[in-house]
Design a protein around this ligand. Structure first.
Ligand code: SF4
Length: 287
């Protein structure tokens, strides 16, 4: 872990990036790609110096409160968060200044911040987003080795429901020849419905590979799934978009199953929902 000075913590679209790099070890991680120009080892986490003070300045400059989103590039609950508490402190700031928040994670460490998320959700809006890829814990442990397995993430969804915090699931990536089965997708959607998830974000069935993440992914395939690297090279060459041969079948299953179970499945609708700031006081004053 090392510290670096940054001028900003919030992106122009209100994405919050407290750390660079990640310790969760997902074999397919796109954030390893060279295009992100990381100059340090991916596991050597870069911690942004004075992140919370800079975030405060940036939030205070906003003309009106909005949704702050974190988790797109790095899981906000990586291992160092236990000591550093930067995600916790940023949530405290969001609560203090009356903003809304949404977090995307694969870690059940978020449960420690549930009371704070509840507090934010009482005043404005907090949404928890969880990634699910494998119905079976054993496969989840294999491809996402250092983060909560699926059953632990399902407990996060259940706890959020109990706490009145809305949830959204990301169903991606689905790796060709590994977790791209109708059984896996059906089971995951049933889990989402049972957990009262609002909707499921899905970009089709496959994964993206480019310089940086491809090399890492192939090394992990060689180690974990003998013969699979050769299968990928045969089917996809050096393509960026590696679609499952079952993409069409799974896409139909996905939309049909979501529709039947009352899960939102339109990405535009879901992203609009995640970006829509809501103040409970404004809502009450309408009445
Ligand atoms: S949790 Fe996200 S950022 Fe971290 S290794 Fe996995 S995919 Fe990459």
């Amino acid at each position: 872990m090392h510290v670096k000075r940054y001028k900003t913590i919030l992106s122009p679209k209100n994405g919050l990036n407290l750390y660079r790099g990640c310790t969760h070890g997902c074999i397919y991680c796109d954030s390893r790609s060279r295009c992100y120009q990381m100059t340090h080892d991916f596991e050597d986490i870069e911690v942004k110096e004075d992140a919370i003070a800079i975030l405060r300045q940036q939030l205070l400059k906003k003309r009106r409160p909005c949704m702050i989103a974190t988790g797109a590039m790095t899981d906000p609950y990586l291992h160092g968060e236990k000591q550093l508490r930067l995600t916790r402190q940023s949530l405290e700031l969001v609560a203090e200044l009356g903003f809304g928040v949404t977090l995307l994670t694969k870690s059940d460490r978020i449960l420690e911040d549930l009371p704070l998320l509840q507090e934010i959700n009482r005043e404005t809006k907090a949404v928890v987003q969880v990634t699910l890829t494998c119905a079976e814990d054993a496969l989840s442990r294999k491809i996402e080795p250092r983060v909560s397995v699926t059953s632990e993430r399902v407990k996060v969804l259940a706890a959020c429901r109990e706490a009145g915090i809305p949830t959204v699931v990301w169903l991606c990536p689905i790796l060709p020849f590994i977790n791209d089965t109708p059984e896996n997708i059906s089971r995951l959607l049933a889990i989402c419905a049972a957990a009262g998830v609002k909707g499921v974000i899905c970009f089709g069935f496959g994964l993206t590979l480019r310089e940086g993440n491809r090399e890492y992914f192939y090394r992990q395939l060689e180690r974990l799934f003998p013969g699979m690297k050769e299968r990928y090279i045969y089917h996809f060459g050096d393509r960026y978009d590696c679609r499952s041969p079952r993409d069409a079948e799974l896409t139909e299953l996905f939309h049909h199953s979501c529709e039947q179970q009352g899960l939102w499945h339109d990405n535009h609708q879901l992203f609009a929902y995640l970006q829509q700031f809501e103040s409970r006081h404004q809502q009450l004053s309408l009445f």
